[in-house]
Design a protein around this ligand. Structure first.
Ligand code: HSE
Length: 434
């Protein structure tokens, strides 16, 4: 049987997870693809760093260059993370014509265009299944499974930390900060948590999926991002009473009459009847609509040593098969059907809205609010002052028909200036998946 030798960079959670998965299922993999993937070396930060699975001492080195440059190493798995030295590691391997497998979404988001170009220029491949949604094979599905489709829409719950926090806020009626503190204590959320809760991790992932789905590199700066930090238990409860669940959604949606694509990350109200509303806890899901296939759903663990290892093994199998067959490129990383496309500015994105205002409870308040919206040609689909909130101010919930973001923001700024409106209006978009 043929053999390819693997050099792993990173011996922490993901690196040792991959080593363990290869020990467990390497024989199965070899019997399926006809190539044995043998670990030759593992570059680690320190010999005594903690790892969930042991790696034999004789495979370890602290010198990553000795792994990449080893002529016996055919494939590199970059599982170290970070966006500086990891870039150098990958570029060094690609320049040697060695295929690279990575789980590094932050690096791909920041330098993906350069890295894919380097792979192409040096006649090799960069594989990145583990970079988005952990164990869910969403990259392979978009790249190969849906190669005969235009992806008209993709909605992703791509951050397990945020989904865990929102699930608990809904179930327990608890505030964001209390759930976050507990999630950190239990190891479900990082400290500091900003990368996850402010939406940046989702931005990295949704940019990678958007680029793959639409064939042009999406600059992360063009992705509108809002996190979950400002969501309150009150709004989650109001949404629930109206039949909605709030999720942090990554959205990639093709405009109907142009090549432009909405690429954004924000919390959204999802109807409880929609399958994504029941994706709970740390789980991830991607809802993908293709023009031929229709609606499809992918669900699974988006992080963790074993789920991520599963994705890395899938890439290693592809890399091994490509080396075995001498294949330089099967399906390119970007399926270039919308090369002319561009990211739609958020101001132009049209959606429905949930709005909560805190208002003084006196006659004429609704009329003043309605007049501002009417002047802006923004339609109200329902307005409600829920009982049981008597006080100096009371909540008013408005559900708003489709309106462009810029118009909505402008109208809300005017509403905020009304003397009867106290505090900042809360605006959360509503996604109906139409
Ligand atoms: N921190 C991420 C999450 C996993 O919570 O989903 C790694 O991208």
């Amino acid at each position: 049987m043929q053999q390819v030798n693997l050099g792993i960079i990173g011996g922490g959670t993901v690196g040792s997870g991959v080593f363990h998965a290869l020990q467990r299922n390497g024989g199965l993999l070899a019997s399926r693809i006809g190539v044995k993937v043998a670990v030759r070396k593992v570059a680690v930060k320190a010999f005594d760093e903690p790892r969930p699975y042991p790696i034999p001492q004789n495979l370890l080195t602290t010198d990553w260059q000795s792994v990449v440059n080893d002529p016996q190493v055919d494939v590199i798995a970059e599982l170290a993370g970070g966006t500086t030295i990891a870039r150098t590691m990958i570029l060094t391997a690609l320049k040697l014509g060695k295929p690279v497998v990575t789980a590094n979404k932050a690096l791909l988001s920041a330098h993906g265009e350069e890295l894919f170009e380097a792979a192409q220029n040096h006649g090799t491949n960069l594989y990145y299944e583990a970079s988005v949604c952990g164990g869910i094979p969403i990259i392979k599905s978009l790249r190969e499974g849906f190669v005969g489709n235009r992806i008209t829409a993709l909605y992703g719950i791509v951050n397990g930390t945020c989904n865990y926090i929102l699930t608990r806020m809904k179930q327990e009626g608890a505030d964001f900060s209390a759930v976050l503190a507990d999630a950190q204590k239990q190891g479900y959320a990082e400290t500091p948590p900003d990368l996850d809760i402010d939406g940046w991790d989702s931005q990295h992932k949704i940019g990678i999926l958007a680029s793959l789905a639409h064939g042009f590199w999406v600059n992360p700066k063009r992705i509108h991002v809002e996190g979950i930090r400002n969501l309150t238990a009150l709004d989650i409860q109001f949404a629930e009473k109206m039949g909605y669940t709030i999720k942090l959604l990554g959205i990639v949606k093709k405009a109907e009459k142009s090549a432009r694509v909405q690429v954004s990350v924000y919390p959204a109200l999802i109807p409880n009847a929609h399958v994504l509303s029941s994706v709970s806890g740390v789980f991830n899901a991607c809802f993908v609509r293709g023009d031929v296939v229709g609606d499809t759903l992918f669900y699974g663990r988006g992080a963790g040593k074993d789920a991520t290892a599963s994705a890395v093994l899938s890439d290693l199998a592809d890399a091994a098969l490509d080396l075995k067959g001498g294949t330089k490129r099967r399906v390119p990383p970007f399926v270039p059907h919308d090369r002319e496309g561009a990211v739609m500015p958020m101001d132009e994105v049209v959606s429905r809205y949930f709005v909560r205002l805190m208002v003084v409870d006196k006659p004429g308040v609704f009329a003043k609010i309605a007049a501002i919206l009417a002047k802006a040609k923004i339609g109200i689909s329902s307005i409600n002052q829920p009982e049981g909130h008597e006080g100096e101010t009371v909540p008013v919930i408005l559900m708003i028909h489709d309106a462009p973001n810029a118009a909505m923001k402008k109208a809300l700024a005017k509403i905020a200036q009304l003397g009867v409106v106290k505090g900042e209006p809360v605006m959360i978009r509503v996604e109906n998946f139409e």
